[in-house]
Design a protein around this ligand. Structure first.
Ligand code: RUB
Length: 314
């Protein structure tokens, strides 16, 4: 059987009710745990097959954020035992360990990122990243005062989530439309964004619009800081694979009414883009900050060269 939580989580990730790379990873680990707890499999083989099927279902929801397959790999590789009960227990403790690592990594990353922020600084944000906000939180906890220029982030306006969080923390916020970013870059001390995936060459894959922002920021001389736990490192890129960019429903940007008004046009709605490493000043992780070109060393250390995926059929 497939646990209802696996189906619900997969749907919620696909529909972006659950969104943001770290949050998706946590939800995936939770769903595998639910699958293990609710499984009625009567043999270890059947239990493992169900868990792999659940992982495949979760993995197939959104293609770009590598935290999703990295979470599934982490949990599945810890599953061990000769009985259904032992397998169940090891899945539950793997999911618990994964969540604890996630929390610790985000806190440690926040402390590193906060060191780059000075009292009185203004940041510019794009989309909503819990890793990026962890840096702000840690800086505030250090007693620094910050203000923020928050890009709306079309088409789904995740900038509003960032603005709400920052206001709850007492940070003064100015919302701008995405197209206004360059005009405000001279007023900004750091561009601070998250990442869905980091490739072996140090390219940063994040919400569509990040690359244009980074190019403009470089031209204005504003430093660009990417906050990304090592869970965002994409191991497949070590062996030459590229990161798939999710294309989303055109209805997010162009409605049926728009079509009736405008006429028959093609619509493209890529969810993410790739920022080349030369536009990024620092990638801030829980292991310290790295120039993007050196991230490959950390990637090799943590993930090695790829091997078979634990959700493939045996
Ligand atoms: C979210 C997005 C975020 C990263 C990092 O895109 O691009 O910047 O996922 O987030 P979407 P976090 O809204 O399409 O999921 O730091 O929370 O992992």
């Amino acid at each position: 059987m497939t646990a209802p939580e696996v189906r619900d989580t997969a749907e919620d990730i696909a529909e972006m009710e659950i969104r943001g790379a770290a949050t998706i990873a946590r939800a995936a680990a939770d769903a595998l745990e639910a699958q293990a707890v609710e499984s009625d499999a009567d043999t270890p083989e059947a239990f493992r097959a169900e868990l792999r099927a659940a992982a495949r279902r979760l993995r197939d929801t959104r293609p770009t954020a590598v935290s999703l397959p990295n979470a599934l790999r982490y949990v599945l590789r810890e599953v061990e035992g000769d009985s259904v009960e032992a397998l169940r227990e090891s899945t539950v403790s793997a999911a618990e360990a994964f969540r604890a690592n996630l929390d610790r990594a985000q806190e440690d990353l926040g402390a590193v990122g906060a060191n780059r922020l000075r009292d009185g600084d203004t940041i510019m944000t794009h989309c909503h990243s819990t890793d990026a906000l962890a840096c702000v939180r840690a800086a505030l906890d250090d007693g620094k005062e910050l203000s923020a220029i928050v890009k709306e982030t079309r088409p789904r306006k995740q900038g509003h989530i960032t603005a709400k969080q920052l206001r709850e923390w007492g940070v003064p916020v100015t919302i701008i439309v995405d197209n206004a970013a360059r005009r405000y870059l001279d007023d900004v001390d750091h561009v601070l964004v998250g990442a869905d995936s980091i490739a072996a060459d140090g390219s940063v894959i994040n919400k569509i619009g990040t690359s244009g922002l980074a190019v403009n920021a470089r031209e204005r001389g504003t430093p660009i800081m990417v906050a990304a736990q090592t869970l965002k490192l994409h191991p497949d890129t070590l062996t030459g694979h590229t990161v798939e960019i999710e294309m989303r429903d055109e209805a997010e940007v162009f409605t049926e009414d728009d079509r009736a008004e405008v006429g028959d046009v093609d619509v493209e709605n890529p969810a993410f883009d790739v920022t080349p490493p030369r536009y990024v000043d620092a990638i801030v992780t829980e292991r310290g900050q790295f120039p993007p070109e050196s991230i490959v060393t950390l990637m090799r250390e943590l993930y090695g060269e790829g091997d078979t995926e634990p959700w493939e059929e045996e």
